[in-house]
Design a protein around this ligand. Structure first.
Ligand code: THU
Length: 136
């Protein structure tokens, strides 16, 4: 397992990279892949509000870009007090690529840590079998 305090420090540092001029809420996420790779992302808002992208989606996109990815852990930190958990849409994005037992770790500014499996956050998530002959 990757060192959680080290990732927490990286996420805190990267909150400043978030593009969040509309909500003012900065979010940073990291995804750990089965091979141990850790990939980061931040939220990227847009003047056309619905086009904004969550930090988790940014991190997942970056991880997939690097190569085959099964997620073992997802970390989230924000500029808000307390713990934040992925929105419904991001839960489904995590679910899509989750390895068995994939855990979401929420990291608060004060050192508070919350852990939930993706199955706890998204029971009965939607899944489709990949079509025959298609790469996953
Ligand atoms: N946001 C994330 O990036 N991840 C979450 O888990 C919750 C919300 C972003 C979306 C938007 O840019 C801002 O936080 C306020 O909703």
């Amino acid at each position: 397992m990757t060192d959680t305090p080290e990732i927490a420090a990286e996420l805190r540092r990267r909150l400043a990279h978030a593009h969040a001029p509309y909500s003012g809420v900065q979010v940073a996420a990291a995804v750990e892949s089965e091979d141990g790779r850790v990939t980061y992302g931040v939220n990227v808002e847009n003047a056309a509000y619905p086009l904004g992208q969550c930090a988790e989606a940014s991190a997942i996109g970056a991880a997939v870009t690097e190569g085959p990815t099964r997620l073992t852990r997802v970390y989230v930190a924000s500029s808000l007090p307390g713990l934040v958990w992925p929105c419904g849409g991001c839960r489904q994005k995590i679910f899509e690529l989750a390895a068995e037992g994939c855990e979401v770790v929420s990291l608060g500014a004060d050192g508070e840590v919350g852990r939930q499996t993706i199955e706890q956050l998204l029971p009965l998530g939607f899944r489709l079998e990949p079509r025959a002959g298609r790469r996953v």
